[in-house]
Design a binder for this molecule. Structure first.
Ligand code: VGL
Ligand code: ZN
Length: 265
């Protein structure tokens, strides 16, 4: 109950108390940073993005990501890892382990090449881009880059562990046959805002951001904390995120976004 003063208004001290105790907690965003696949193979290993069309240096994500972790008080941080078994469907050199679908773009007698997209026999019939063998479970290539700051107690999300289905997003596999723990954990923490950074911008970062939007989170890509494979695909990724009312910002804009909204004018 409030004491109403002679002007019929709530006492300012009462309001201050109410603000601190209730309103601030309701209005305040709960912010999570998702660090996507900053793993050796994507930086200097078998799928190094420096060898890909955009010629990006994956190591350049380390500084902005560490600076974010040092300067912004995120309510939680999640690290994702591409974590494939030996016989994973996405590996080019595993193509002979499975049957190509009849209508596959690769005709019989013709060899598929690395980075081609093929169609594997189902069920379900699945399109799959063929990548070099990468991020094999428990190998050096699957390790997070040694200079990335790991916030103590932050969970890791492992994806792409089913040999039969690839998984770019940290939320769902590419055919939505399964879901990781991420959405449930964010819901349980009351997370409202999901900030996404990492590698590859136009693959796993993009798909994670688009699923975050779809799941109802306010979604923000931290542009300079991402590096990718193809410039055109990176441009398209940003456009898709913005079309879904997600935001693409620079790392130096994040602190006021997270801590600023907590401040009263
Ligand atoms: C990724 C290609 C294959 C990624 C994962 O993390 O962006 N890209 N697997
Ligand atoms: Zn992969």
């Amino acid at each position: 109950t409030f004491d109403i003063n002679k002007d019929g208004l709530i006492d300012i001290n009462e309001f201050e108390l109410c603000w601190q105790k209730w309103i601030r907690k309701i209005v305040r965003p709960v912010c999570c940073l998702v660090v996507v696949d900053v793993q050796n193979d994507f930086i200097s290993g078998s799928l190094a993005i420096s060898n890909c069309p955009a010629k990006h240096n994956g190591e350049e994500v380390v500084e902005p990501i560490n600076r974010l972790l040092d300067t912004v008080e995120f309510d939680c941080v999640y690290y994702t890892l591409d974590w494939h078994p030996d016989n994973h469907v996405s590996f080019y050199d595993n193509i002979h382990l499975r049957k190509l679908h009849g209508s596959s773009s690769v005709k019989t007698g013709e060899e598929a090449s690395l980075f081609d997209t093929v169609v594997f026999e189902g069920p379900p019939v699945m399109e799959q881009k063929l990548w070099p063998r990468h991020c094999v479970q428990n190998t050096w290539g699957a390790k997070i880059h040694e200079n990335i700051k790991i916030v103590e107690g932050s969970p890791f999300i492992y994806k792409g562990t089913n040999p039969e289905v690839d998984s770019y997003s940290a939320f769902f596999d590419n055919y939505k046959l399964s879901k990781t723990a991420l959405d449930t954990e964010l819901m349980n923490k009351g997370v409202t805002d999901v900030f996404v950074c990492g590698i590859a911008y136009d693959v796993c970062v993009g798909k994670t951001a688009l699923h975050a939007i779809e799941l109802g989170y306010r979604t923000i890509i931290v542009d300079d904390g991402c590096r990718g494979i193809t410039l055109e695909d990176i441009v398209n990724t940003k456009q898709e995120v913005e079309d879904g009312w997600g935001a693409v910002v620079q790392s130096d804009e994040v602190k006021p976004m997270v801590q600023g909204r907590d401040r009263r004018p």
